[in-house]
Design a protein around this ligand. Structure first.
Ligand SMILES: *Cc1c(COP(=O)(O)O)cnc(C)c1O
Length: 395
């Protein structure tokens, strides 16, 4: 893998299949290499693979780790995130679980950004607490984290921009803080997916990505990745991953590999569409705040300009309407599917449950309702027309 190439070029050539020795031909697209185990030509080959595996190498001795298809996708995640090693898991949530479980033990404390993906709190409540691991949620800035620091704090867990309100964090400042206090900085980079934001380059130690979203890009698979910045961190994740037994279907790895090749195009298009939608929403009297870091009016626009190299189709906005009208508005939309998730080709809308943002320090409680949109690859004018008609219909 050449570091000199542009990412877009790398993505088109990642995971090329070997030429057949007899025919000299190779498929353009790497096949999905399905297997539950590996067979070796001789015990010497098995010994060699085991030795490499035990010293942290990628050699495969059993099917759980996956073969060429998985390896190609791991290479893609490493290149995207500028990391040392990537581990594939069956969902974005599993990536969060693996990322955290690799680094905490009984009696440890986690500092977490209050804007983190909601189900992180479920992992905390249902699993981590049972294992004697405590978590404190803070406004995602150095002052608040410093105030909540404990002698047993081991991990700083953040997400930038944060889920729902797209709150951009000052990653380099958080990395300095983490370093000064010997904390491991784990960040959810599903938003950037390594293409438009690279937290490891900004100082984070571990990046977790829901490949389910922009990497897959076609709303047809669940996948996650944990990417380590250095060897030592990678070893710890490797040990935990092997013990937990996560495994990804070769077909899903194959779908993600196919999807990721067009991620730069999809991301660029959806980002441009989202900005047009922001422009239209800013004309509405009912809109209070637009949450989208690439939008000029966003509170963290300058931070986004400094640290990100692009944007995507995720945006939220608060509406000064009552709950009943908000429901009528969402129901009246025809091009936006009512549903969770994002990063696919299609536009989606979510009427955000007020309880899920009540604990976010960035949410001003005088804002009536919050609506989150994933802007897809439809024509922006059609999307805007749909939003406008739904607003009128809801009155
Ligand atoms: C969707 C999402 C996840 C979880 O991914 P799944 O594949 O759905 O488990 C994690 N983090 C963020 C920011 C997400 O949007």
């Amino acid at each position: 893998m050449s570091k000199k190439q542009h990412l877009h070029t790398f993505l088109q050539h990642a995971g090329q299949a070997d030429f057949d020795e007899r025919t000299g031909a190779a498929p353009v697209a790497l096949p999905s290499m399905r297997t539950s185990t590996v067979r070796f030509k001789s015990l010497d080959y098995l010994d060699q693979a085991t030795k490499d595996r035990n010293s942290g190498g990628r050699s495969v001795i059993y099917g759980r780790a996956g073969m060429d298809t998985h390896r190609a996708l791991e290479d893609v995640f490493c290149e995207l995130e500028a990391g040392e090693r990537a581990f594939l898991v069956p969902s974005g949530m599993a990536a969060i679980t693996l990322g955290i479980m690799s680094f905490v033990s009984q009696g440890d404390h986690i500092l977490a950004a209050d804007c983190s993906y909601g189900p992180v709190r479920t992992l905390d409540r249902n699993v981590l607490q049972r294992m004697g691991i405590q978590t404190t949620y803070c406004a995602p800035n150095v002052e608040a984290f410093k105030a909540a620091l404990q002698p047993n704090t081991k991990v700083l867990y953040v997400e930038s921009p944060g889920s729902l309100l797209m709150q951009m964090l000052d990653m380099p400042a958080l990395a300095d803080f983490a370093k000064a206090h010997d904390l491991l900085l784990i960040t959810d980079n599903t938003w950037g997916s390594g293409l438009i934001y690279q937290p490891l380059s900004l100082g984070a130690d571990v990046s977790v990505v829901a490949g389910t979203k922009y990497v897959g890009g076609h709303s047809d698979l669940m996948l996650g990745a944990v990417i380590a910045k250095d060897k030592k961190t990678a070893e710890q994740i490797d040990a935990c991953n092997y013990a937990l037994g996560f495994s990804v279907s070769a077909d899903d790895a194959w779908l993600a590999l196919r999807g990721v090749r067009t991620m730069p195009l999809r991301m660029r298009e959806t980002a441009a569409n989202a900005l047009q939608v922001c422009e239209a929403l800013s004309q509405w009297a009912e809109v209070k705040t637009i949450y989208h870091p690439a939008w000029k009016g966003d509170k963290y626009h300058a931070l986004w300009q400094r640290d990100a190299t692009g944007s995507n189709g995720m945006l939220a906005f608060s509406l000064n309407v009552d709950a009943a009208r908000a429901r009528r508005f969402v129901d009246a939309l025809t091009l936006f599917g009512i549903g969770f998730s994002w990063g696919g080709f299609e536009s989606l809308v979510q009427l955000v449950d007020p309880n899920s943002i009540a604990s976010h320090s960035y949410w001003a409680n005088d804002e009536a309702v919050l609506i989150r949109l994933h802007i897809g690859l439809e024509n922006a004018e059609d999307l805007i027309a749909d939003l406008n008609q739904a607003l009128a219909a809801s009155a």
